[in-house]
Design a protein around this ligand. Sequence first.
Ligand code: GLN
Length: 219
Amino acid sequence: MSRASRSAATVAPAPADVRVGVLALQGDFAEHIAVLRSLGVDAVEVRTLDQLRAVDGLIIPGGESTTIARLLIAFDLLDPLRDLIEGGLPVWGTCAGAILLAKHVPSLDRPPLAVMDITVERNAFGRQVDSFEADLKVAGIDGAPVHAVFIRAPIIERAGRGVTVLATLKDGTIVAAREGRLLATSFHPELTDDRRIHGLFLQMVAEARRAPAPPRRPR
Ligand code: GLN
């Protein structure tokens, strides 16, 4: 069986009525939209507060975290998005998106959203030429390993007490983690034919819709 058919078999059907936004200020948002639509999800590009308020979950794509951080401020989305996340909005950050979720990013020149208790090191594997691929066992994902693409990727140097580590490289480096309704991956599932991490996030979005909002966390 090919990787594509194997992974397709293990992705639960998309919840019919969830709308998932992809932050579309910079980076590879179009690839996430295409994957979500291929799974039958109502997927929308998000650039305005009205669009942000209309989604049940949000993906922050890979790209350049310094640029996305600047644009979040320029589009007046940084504080409203942080408020929505603290009110329970499920968010998945891939690569640059994971950097923006982190509470601690020593090498970012603009404030990140700072909502997830992780410390992230940007460009931890070096330059663009040091990009690589690896097969990962991801907690909660059954079947074959997830083939992960790392492009000038960050690593999760430290995961706080409330954070569950979902995947590590062979040397123990953390590359995927979850804290409540927040998911962070150092790699780019939208660039492969494996839909299972998108499936995991869709489950998180569907669960959040069924459950009441969690208590707001102090900043
Ligand atoms: N190196 C980028 C940054 O630090 C992230 C790369 C990516 O998203 N693929 O923002």
